[in-house]
Design a protein around this ligand. Structure first.
Ligand SMILES: CC(C)(COP(=O)(O)OP(=O)(O)OC[C@H]1O[C@@H](n2cnc3c(N)ncnc32)[C@H](O)[C@@H]1OP(=O)(O)O)[C@@H](O)C(=O)NCCC(=O)NCCS
Length: 222
């Protein structure tokens, strides 16, 4: 990380982010992903372990493609697609440590997909938990549930999502589990939305560009 990066992060954090204390000590600052974070996202994603990359997209995605970056950065509107970045205070200064997003399903406005990623070296410190809570606090109006997919055996996201409300996990046949969380303190906004939406064919998972496989040139199972 260059001194210029450090200065930029410090300026941004103090202007836009809020501090959250982490359990084992330390502090993370969470604020919005910005339109010019394309390079940041791309660069930091490239440093993840293959396992973390797989768990994020449920596919082998060695680097974020331009079309994925369009979706992950350009399509963030702060309303129906909320994306947050976590900057960790370290001895070396502020470092980008994680990212999380909440994306409303266009055809099911009471539901949103949630995804988060924390850099391998900073995992296990409560950063994703802080991101998830911050995302729920900024959830699009009317969103009462999270619907998402998690790799079978990836237990950390389940631990995090389970703290957001009442969680149900549905086994899937593709090494993936479907997760539904009724958000605590968020009322259902319509009877129609109260039906279980999990695993309906044709409902793309908006925070997981991998599901838009054809568009992104990814394998159909991605
Ligand atoms: C999933 C991920 C975001 C978690 O980030 P993190 O900052 O380490 O998460 P936190 O420290 O906030 O919390 C992790 C929780 O999972 C629990 N956990 C971690 N590994 C676990 C395991 N193997 N079994 C059970 N629980 C586990 C922790 O105990 C903690 O729960 P607690 O607060 O009750 O103790 C991170 O591992 C990651 O980026 N993985 C790759 C991408 C991914 O899998 N994203 C999720 C799907 S989109």
């Amino acid at each position: 990380m260059t001194t210029a990066d450090e200065d930029r992060y410090a300026e941004r954090v103090h202007r836009l982010c809020v501090p959250i204390a982490l359990r084992p000590g330390g502090r993370v600052w969470i604020g919005p992903l910005l339109p010019d974070d394309r390079d940041l996202l791309s660069r930091e994603y490239a440093t993840l372990s293959p396992e973390s990359k797989w768990n994020r997209f449920l596919a082998a995605v060695p680097e974020l493609t331009p079309s994925m970056l369009d979706q992950l950065v350009d399509e963030v509107d702060g309303v129906d697609h909320v994306a947050l970045v976590a900057f960790l205070e370290t001895q070396a200064g502020l470092v980008p440590a994680g990212v999380g997003r909440l994306v409303r399903y266009p055809d099911h406005p009471g539901a949103a997909d949630m995804a988060f990623t924390v850099k391998d070296e900073y995992q296990g410190r409560g950063i994703a938990t802080a991101l998830a809570r911050s995302l729920v606090a900024r959830a699009p109006k009317g969103v009462t549930r999270i619907l998402t997919e998690v790799a079978h055996g990836n237990l950390a996201p389940l631990a995090i999502l389970g703290k957001l409300g009442s969680m149900q996990v549905f086994q899937s046949s593709e090494g993936v589990v479907d997760v539904e969380v009724k958000l605590a303190g968020h009322e259902e906004d319509s009877a129609a939305e109260s039906t279980c939406l999990h695993r309906r064919p044709g409902i793309p998972s908006p925070a997981h560009p991998r599901l838009d496989a054809q568009h992104h040139g990814l394998p159909p199972t991605a």
